[in-house]
Write a protein that binds this ligand. Structure first.
Ligand code: GLN
Length: 485
């Protein structure tokens, strides 16, 4: 096996036994980036020199016995999380030259644990999109078929993991942006409970929905990263003040006594038959592992999830993105007649078309006269959806659904039809609306293209998700397949 193919737990073991050094591991990953990135374009910035410095420091920690489990292991960070001294672009012209003076809490925690950061990954501009085609710089390509999208908005993070161009990556998920690309690239992606992981230093898209989480090669790695990034942070007022368990303790290979439900509404109209079939087959495996599967669970308000999301998320985005006025930081047009002209030119040239669409939708939904009819109504729907999840999760421990209704689509296929693009998140959006956790794990292939299974849990129910995901992973080998690059 190539070194760059190792998981976190395999690499950590090699480092601990001094069979390889962090510098060697980091070199192997950087060589892999060199080899594949011109084809898949997962990275906006590659931080080679810094990574090698961090690897040397990690080797020192390992030899003097002060290393943590993640010490010396290469990681990639989505380019919407602030990294001190390293450009953080959000894949937008607006922040193309923005170098943050501080680290996001997640980045800070990973550094404290000894992360070797190899680069910042490409994404849809400001995390708005499901295909990475909305990056202002270049699209990222799906390694399973280069003519297809990797999903989005954390497409770069998912591709970097799938191609072994990093050992693990961090993404963010507002409506599916970790889980959908994880499903499209056949890696593991977890969106934690809202508030479980600090958002401090994550460039805000829709603050009541945004959540940071890991993208990894297997479920064990997902638990290991969660052990480091989860937990209270006084700098994020929505961060939950509860203790963090050792997530690796949930990794047991059977599901005795676990009650699962399959909500019928998640087998939506227009779903690709192979996807529905793969999830049905997966439930058979879950039953063989000892779980019971209830097919009568119903979440009828799911059908309003998409509509509610596309009011709430753009409304919050229109408020959050008001700060890019060309004054404090970011792109700025100076040649202007007056302040209004400068602002118009700054926003007009700094933002791409999808971001502008969201700002306009959100501004409209929040404006006097429309606020009650759109924004307030969407909030009411949100309450209904949240309650419905609460009810459903009283009778079962977790829900099982497809992650996306289709396998990865062609580049350009949905670019001119925003509604079709938005529909690729129908199965993931309601989970953010409810604030509950969701994980996507590899669950099959249709014509060589990946299919993801989503497991949804109660608030702070990450342990159950990891248990179900782990048991399933141990019983299958989808996660071991590598894209033909
Ligand atoms: N695709 C959804 C959107 O465009 C979700 C994005 C995300 O989770 N950041 O808003």
């Amino acid at each position: 096996m190539d070194l760059c193919q190792s998981t976190i737990h395999q690499a950590a073991e090699l480092l601990r036994r001094r069979e390889v050094s962090s510098v060697e591991l980091t070199r192997a990953v950087l060589d892999r980036i060199e080899k594949v990135d011109s084809r898949v374009r997962a990275f906006v910035t590659i931080t080679e020199d810094m990574a090698l410095e961090q690897a040397k420091e990690a080797d020192r920690r390992i030899s003097d016995g002060t290393a943590a489990l993640l010490t010396g292991i290469p990681a990639a960070i989505k380019d919407n999380m602030c990294t001190r001294g390293i450009r953080t672009t959000c894949s937008s012209r607006m922040l193309e030259n923005f170098v943050p003076p501080y680290d996001a809490t997640v980045v800070e925690r990973l550094h404290a644990a000894g992360m070797v950061m190899v680069g910042k990954t490409n994404m849809d501009e400001f995390a708005m999109g499901s295909s990475n085609e909305h990056s202002a710089f270049f699209p990222t390509y799906n390694p399973w078929d280069l003519s297809r999208v990797p999903g989005g908005s954390s497409g770069g993070s998912a591709v970097s993991v799938a191609t072994d161009a990093t050992i693990y990556a961090i993404g963010s998920d507002t409506g599916g942006s970790i889980r959908q690309p994880a499903g499209f690239c056949s890696v593991v992606g977890l969106k934690p409970t809202y508030g479980r992981v600090s958002r401090y230093g994550l460039v805000a898209f829709a603050s009541s929905l945004d959540q940071i989480g890991p993208l990894t090669k297997d479920v064990t790695d997902c638990a290991l990263v969660m052990n480091v990034i989860a937990g209270h942070d006084s700098r994020d007022s929505t961060s939950l003040p509860y203790p963090v368990p050792d997530y690796t303790e949930s990794l047991v290979p059977d599901l005795k006594g676990v009650r699962l439900g399959v909500p019928k509404e998640y087998f939506v109209e227009g779903m690709q038959p192979e996807v529905a079939q793969a999830i049905r087959s997966a439930t058979v495996v879950l039953e063989e592992l000892g779980a019971t599967v209830d097919w009568d669970v119903s979440l009828p308000h799911t059908r309003y999830g998409l509509a509610a999301y596309y009011i709430i998320a753009p409304s919050e985005a229109s408020a959050n993105l008001a700060r890019y006025d060309g004054v404090k930081y970011g792109f700025s047009v100076k040649e202007a007649e007056n302040m209004w002209d400068a602002m118009e030119k700054t926003k007009g040239n700094g933002f791409g078309p999808e971001v502008k669409r969201r700002i306009m939708l959100g501004t409209y939904a929040l404006s006097a006269g429309y606020y009650d009819a759109y924004y307030l109504k969407a909030l009411r729907v949100r309450t209904l959806i949240r309650r419905e999840f609460e009810e459903a999760l009283k009778t079962v421990d977790a829900l099982v659904t497809p992650t996306s209704p289709t396998v990865p689509f062609k580049i350009g296929e949905k670019l001119d039809d925003p509604i079709q693009m938005y529909l690729s998140d129908v199965c993931t959006l309601p989970i953010n609306i409810a604030g509950v956790p969701g994980i996507s794990v590899p669950a099959g292939f249709a014509d060589g293209l990946p299919i993801g299974m989503q497991i949804i849990g109660r608030p702070l129910g990450e342990e159950v998700l990891l248990r179900v995901a782990y048991a399933y992973e141990q019983a299958t080998d989808w996660h071991k397949r590598k894209p033909p690059l």
